[in-house]
Every structure is written in structure tokens, then in C-alpha cells.
Design a protein around this ligand. Structure first.
Ligand SMILES: [Ca+2]
Ligand SMILES: [Ca+2]
Length: 328
């Protein structure tokens, strides 16, 4: 890979991320739908807590993988689109970029000392896909618009409002008519024991008791049951990826498999799997399972068709003992 080009891509990706964060801070729209019991002060406090919580980040599917997946569009030769029906390979390189955070809506409904909250973010961006293995960086580009939804619950305590429950993150297409890929459930296991699972993206989990809590450097298996109702007959019909914290750029994209490898228990059962190692820095994080219809990555003319769920989790402080050094 061209190192100079690679550095430019990294700088560009970080700039994009900064832009997203800045736009979130400046484009918050609060929708109050309480029954008259909420005050402006309560809503401000809850909104402030949402903005400062890692559980409400919107960069969970940034593609800044070490293979330099995202690069700028340029002149390109005619595409050699892979035919449906044949075993499909991943494109030479692909990734999402040019994110724009369009809007954040925060719905807050306060009853007594409990606030039911729904945070909805609309983002748009571009999917870059290079399907030609010709040594040229010549991706085609496909626009997309997604809706990110999180449900949460805050509780009023003597010292203020505290986030006490959170749902998985749901990322769906802004136009549901285009969506054929769906996630039915996701699950996390350590040493063969299930530590967390969810079959509804609006399910609320207690913080921290209902969330997976991992020790640093734990190997975790993430599994997801996915379905795709597309009539196209690509093999596989979907590609599945795990976006998770790690690496020098902050997030890593790993392919998930349904072929009995990489921790997958049973081949070809629609359950995609991937193991990864939890980082060393205590905190609150998201790992996201990202399902992409095969045609989305293989056919320039097919509409963008993807869905994702994020799993919130906590990395706890290491137990007393020798320091393991700086974090990832
Ligand atoms: Ca190419
Ligand atoms: Ca499987």
C-alpha cells in the first residue's frame, strides 16, 4: 500500500470523525413529550448526560480498517460486476465515508423519578466499493441514509439524573422498503458461557448489572443470527462484519463467518461468529454487528441494503495486581 496515501486516508478519517462529534454537539433537537411533570432543567440534565456518554456515540460503524478500505473516488474503468449465483468474493476494498450527521432527536418522557428516553440519529454517507483487482484505487460510490435508534432510561437520584438502562443500538435504513437484511439476535460468550444476549433492539438492560462486563484482554465470542429476504441468489447472500474498539485508529472491522471458522459453532446455519480480544482500557464501549446484502457490495446498481446492531458493554478495571501497562 502507498504509505503516503495511507496517512492521508487516516488523517481524513479522523477529520470525518471530529466533524461528526462536532455536529452532534451543535445539532441536538430535544422533543419533550412528558406529561407536564418534566422541567426544562430535567431535560437539559438528561440531554447533557446523553451527549457525554460513550453509549450514545454514532461512529460505531466507521470503517477505518488497517487495509485502507476507504479511499477517495477517482476515475475508473467499467466495472466487472460479479454475477449472482456464483460464489461471491468480497470486493478488493470497501468502506463507508463522507458521513454527515443530519439530526439527533431526543424524546424524553418523565414519570415521577423515571425518564423514558429514545435517541434517534439520522446520518448519511457514501459507501465506496472497489470491485476491480487491477491495482487501481477506483471505487464506485453508493449513497446511504441510516437511522440510529437507542432506547434508554434515566433515574432521578439525589445528585441528579443517571443513565440506568440502555438498549442495543439499532441501525436501519431511512427507507425501510429497501431493507431485506435483518438481525434476529446477538449474543456474547466467554469460555463457552453466554454472558449477554438480546433478541430485540428495543430491549432495555440495567446498567451495569444487565450488560456484559469484561475483564481486560478477555477473548469474547460474538454471534449474530441474520436473515436476508432478498430474491437475488448470491452465495453468500449477506456479508457480516463486527466493528469493535481496538487498533491504533480506535476501531477495527472484522469479518464474521458462518463456515465453522473463527469461533463459529455450526457452518451454514445463519449464525455468524467472530472472536476478539477486549482492550485494556476500562470504560463503556459498543461493538456493532453489521449485515450487508451481497448485492450492495458486488453490484454498483443495487440499492444500499444493510442493518446493524450495537452491543453496549463495560470493560472493568483489572483486579489488583501488577499493572499491564498502557491501553490499546
Ligand atoms: Ca480497483
Ligand atoms: Ca454458524
Amino acid at each position: 500500500m502507498d504509505r503516503t496515501r495511507g496517512k492521508k486516508i487516516i488523517v481524513w478519517a479522523l477529520r470525518e470523525w471530529k466533524a461528526i462529534v462536532t455536529s452532534i454537539l451543535t445539532a441536538v433537537l430535544v422533543t419533550a413529550c412528558g406529561a407536564g411533570t418534566s422541567t426544562e432543567t430535567d431535560r437539559d440534565a438528561i440531554t447533557g448526560a446523553i451527549e457525554s456518554s460513550e453509549f450514545f456515540a454514532v461512529d460505531v460503524t466507521d470503517d477505518r480498517s488497517p487495509d485502507g478500505a476507504v479511499y477517495d473516488a477517482s476515475d475508473r474503468p467499467p466495472d466487472e460486476v460479479q454475477a449472482a449465483g456464483a460464489a461471491a468474493d468480497l470486493p478488493v476494498a470497501w468502506g463507508r465515508g463522507l458521513f454527515e450527521h443530519l439530526q439527533r432527536d431526543i424524546s424524553i418522557s418523565i414519570t415521577g423519578d423515571t425518564a423514558a428516553v429514545v435517541v434517534t440519529d439520522r446520518i448519511q454517507g457514501s459507501l465506496f466499493v472497489d470491485t476491480t483487482d487491477d491495482g487501481e484505487r477506483n471505487p464506485w460510490v453508493k449513497p446511504f441514509e441510516d437511522v440510529l435508534t437507542r432506547h434508554a432510561e434515566f433515574t432521578r437520584l439525589p445528585d441528579g439524573w443517571r443513565l440506568t438502562k440502555i438498549s442495543p443500538l439499532d441501525i436501519s435504513l431511512a427507507d425501510p422498503e429497501q431493507q431485506t437484511v435483518r438481525i434476529q439476535w446477538i449474543r456474547a460468550s466467554v469460555d463457552g458461557v453466554t454472558v449477554w444476549e438480546s433478541s430485540s433492539s428495543s430491549e432495555l438492560f440495567d446498567i451495569p448489572a444487565g450488560l456484559p462486563v469484561f475483564s481486560p484482554l478477555t477473548e469474547v465470542l460474538v454471534e449474530a443470527k441474520v436473515v436476508n429476504s432478498s430474491p437475488a441468489d448470491y452465495i453468500p447472500e449477506s456479508f457480516v462484519f463486527l466493528h469493535r474498539p481496538g487498533g491504533v485508529l480506535g476501531r477495527v472491522r472484522d469479518r464474521m463467518f458462518d463456515d465453522g471458522s473463527n469461533g463459529d459453532r455450526t457452518a451454514s446455519d445463519g449464525i455468524f461468529s467472530r472472536t476478539y480480544t477486549i482492550g485494556q482500557v476500562p470504560g463503556r464501549y459498543f461493538a456493532a454487528v453489521d449485515v450487508i446484502d451481497a448485492a450492495t457490495l458486488l453490484d454498483e446498481n443495487a440499492p444500499y441494503n444493510s442493518a446493524a446492531w450495537g452491543m453496549p458493554y463495560i470493560v472493568e478495571k483489572p483486579s489488583a495486581g501488577p499493572s499491564t501497562g498502557a491501553g490499546e
